[in-house]
Design a protein around this ligand. Structure first.
Ligand SMILES: *Cc1c(COP(=O)(O)O)cnc(C)c1O
Length: 424
């Protein structure tokens, strides 16, 4: 019988043998020793699997990646040094100069910059579509050189919910994979592969770590996308790699092709490697992820319900709140709850939002979310300040929007803090 998500959170990825450490060991070593150069050579040629240098792979990182893989129900996974690195690799692994990618417009500000500025400079063109777009509008965004579709399960900070099944269907009809950043939902609340997504990424920095202790990322492959059925679109996976004596990833590694290529090529060359210590800290977070998500969601819902009825509040956005624009999608994709993040507009616009935030005592002003400690942010003057008004609107960020991240404190105390600051 397949293990339940709670059991995987606690015990997935690592099964100690007789007399071995109960907790995941930290392999604090850059390198690994071999008896002969021939042994080592086989690793360099990807002829044998094993460890030789921690920029590419490290046993602690692999153990934690295996847990995240199991949580998502995937077939292969890797850790990265940050969520940014995970999203960059997830696309750069299959798209190169001259290619095109379609992305939801309501995505994390850092990802929007990565796509629209930095990756554009690398020659990859992005078309941004509304997460609410019709199938026809999504169809119209495709070009012959489109290589992937990208979106977030619950968008940070717009809190839109993506209709994963619909996006997957259209992506597949054009022979490309759907990549989903599942950071806010976590696999405890949504497993995008069950709805047709092909690749999942994470900023483990957020709920997976959950204590604001460690920046990190992860990429998981479902193994479901058939790259060889669209050989001409994905030459990097389906034709010989000269940097490994002409191996073909799909022929040699089958369902492991995508993650093996990302490790052997991108990690080798870019080195956005997770440190073993960092992986260990993420794993401590994962052990209680299922317990914490329940409380984050309960606090989020309590705070959202309170704000909705407050005279100083203009509007509230929280997918699990009845009447929310995304309530029906949340019921389908996030039946256990969405997340601890709540967005709302203070009456009086940008100025009132800034004044309100200064009065908060429990919610601290931070560029962070998904932490045990409650915090808040004004995206228009922080994470999204590079965006002009038009881009802000497309990203679903209004100037008066305050983003709250409800932590694990008492809901009563959180509400009292908000109430006092709103009244002041
Ligand atoms: C924070 C975040 C990222 C970036 O993660 P870092 O670890 O900060 O690089 C990517 N996607 C989403 C949805 C995020 O919330």
């Amino acid at each position: 019988m397949a293990k339940k998500i709670e059991t995987i959170c606690v015990q997935g990825g690592y099964t100690p043998g007789n007399g071995e450490p109960r907790q995941v060991p930290i392999y604090q070593s850059t390198t690994f020793k071999y008896d002969t150069s021939e042994d080592m050579g086989k690793l360099f040629d990807l002829e044998a699997s094993g460890y030789f240098y921690s920029r590419l792979q490290n046993p602690t990182c692999d153990t934690v990646a295996a847990k995240i893989c199991e949580l998502e129900g995937g077939c292969a996974a890797m850790l990265t040094s940050s969520g940014q690195a995970a999203n960059f690799f997830s696309i750069f692994n299959i798209a190169t100069a001259g290619d095109h990618v379609i992305s939801s417009s309501t995505i994390y500000g850092g990802t929007f910059n990565l796509f629209s500025v930095t990756m554009k400079k690398m020659g990859i063109d992005f078309t941004f579509v509304s997460p609410d777009c019709s199938e026809e509008e999504l169809e119209a965004a495709f070009r012959p050189n489109t290589k992937a579709v990208f979106g977030e399960t619950i968008a940070n900070p717009a809190l839109t919910v993506l209709d994963i099944e619909r996006f997957a269907k259209v992506a597949h009809s054009h022979g490309v994979p759907l990549i989903i950043d599942n950071t806010f939902a976590t696999p405890v609340n949504c497993r995008p592969f069950e709805f047709g997504a092909d690749i999942v990424t994470h900023a483990t920095t957020k709920y997976m770590d959950g204590h604001g202790a460690q920046v990190g990322g992860a990429i998981v492959d479902s193994g479901n996308f058939d790259w060889t059925a669209h050989k001409e679109k994905f030459p990097g996976l389906c034709t010989p790699d000269d940097s490994y004596h002409g191996i073909v990833y799909t022929e040699k590694f089958g369902k492991g092709a995508y993650i093996t290529k990302a490790t052997a090529q991108l990690m080798r060359d870019f080195g956005c490697t997770a440190a073993p210590q960092s992986a260990f800290i993420v794993n401590l977070g994962l052990e209680s992820l299922h317990v914490r998500m329940e409380r984050h969601c309960a606090n989020g819902l309590a705070v959202a319900s309170f704000l909705k009825n407050h005279p100083e509040v203009d509007w509230v956005s929280y997918p699990s709140l009845e009447g929310d624009k995304y309530y029906d999608l949340a019921k389908k994709y996030l039946p256990k709850g969405s997340c601890g993040v709540v967005s709302f507009g203070v009456k009086g616009g940008r100025k009132a939002a800034e004044a309100f935030m200064k009065k908060l005592k429990i919610f601290a002003i931070e560029t962070h979310v998904a932490d045990a400690r409650s915090c808040c942010l004004h995206p228009a003057s922080a994470t999204h300040r590079q965006l002009n008004d038009q881009e802000l609107a497309a990203a679903g960020v209004r100037p008066e929007l305050v983003r709250l991240s409800c932590g694990l404190e008492s809901a009563e105390d959180l509400i009292a803090d908000l109430d006092a600051a709103l009244r002041a």
